[in-house]
Design a protein around this ligand. Sequence first.
Ligand code: FCB
Length: 410
Amino acid sequence: MKNKFFWGVATSAFQLEGSPYADWAEWDSILNFNPNVTDHYNLYKKDLKLLKELGVNAYRFSIEWSRIQPKEKIWDENVVNHYQEIIDILTDSNIEPFLTLHHFTHPLWFIKKFPWHKDESVDKFTEFAGRIIKKIKGVNYWITFNEPYVLLLGGYLEGCMPPGIKDVSLAVRALQNILTCHGRVYDIIHVYNPHAKVGVAHNMAAFAPWRRWNPTDRLLSKIAKYFYNHSLLDAFLTGTLHLKFPFRRVMKISLPIKDKLDFFGVNYYTRVHLRFNPLKKMGVELRHRDLDGYGLTDMGWEIHPRGLEKVLRYASKLGIPLIITENGIATRNDRKKIRFMKSHIDVVEKCIREGIDLRGYFYWSLIDNYEWLQGLDARFGLYKVNFDTLERKPTKAAIYYSHLIKSRNF
Ligand code: FCB
């Protein structure tokens, strides 16, 4: 029997609704002016109608831990009921909920007292996730962590995201703890729902040498490809994570995650060109170049649909279903958004035809939202948001997406 293909859109709670108790609310002062961002927390019914308007059959979203547990000893059942109501609305509308448990943000108490490099973080997160899993009904697709590597690069290596640390050995400890949580949460979900499907959403990128002729640039792009794209896949396959930072020896870390994955989520956006530059951190400099003629996005990222095929091919070595849990473009130009979408969905079609077990495509994002370091300027939405009036308006890409969903029969 043919598998159902999930046509969806993806969001995350904090990016749509903010939260006064989250680490990011303190981290980024831009949120002082728009603390509730799109006010999705109150306007959720309106926004869920947009899903129906689009005709999607799946919706990926997250719950905001800091709203549910604003203080270590406070658990707000009303907030859990709020998210349950969203799930019920989706199920009643025949839209499959894909629930992300962790999408970058944390309660302030957690990040201050038990940041990921401390081993207590594992119990704290598992306790939270366990209570949610026990309580929430109607979710068959769970994503434990969104982009653990981005969280670590931002939070532990670059220091540009909470907890704002720059330390390789703490980053490794944090990664161990996050993935240990994945393993535990995977088991808990299966205890409560043996048929559930559990995955992670991994950010994957295409990499290329800045100067093709330069052996060091070529080596760097190979190392980056292995570290950024592959090492996590291998850890799921073997239970061992091999970490190789440029010019450092390989680290081997064993992790309790072997085979603890029912599907693999791929978040794909762009290609990066790398070159060796001794003046840059770890000797690596990166940039985006418009080599295919698709242009750059408003965030300066290269539009490179062929890269999607490459990363899907790498990921297919896992031998489990793949789902594109995010793919999208920041632009105010509707034609560009449509072109981006069409070119990437053409790749999806090609990959399915060639036998890759790809089960879904989630466009990022439903409505314009808070784009972390870029604030409110990066316009990823299929629906535009006016951040003064909070009005939502469809872009032409929204209409086009509905049309694609109807016309492509995977
Ligand atoms: C991904 C994040 C998501 C969003 C998109 C543009 O890396 O998972 O929250 O910000 O980028």
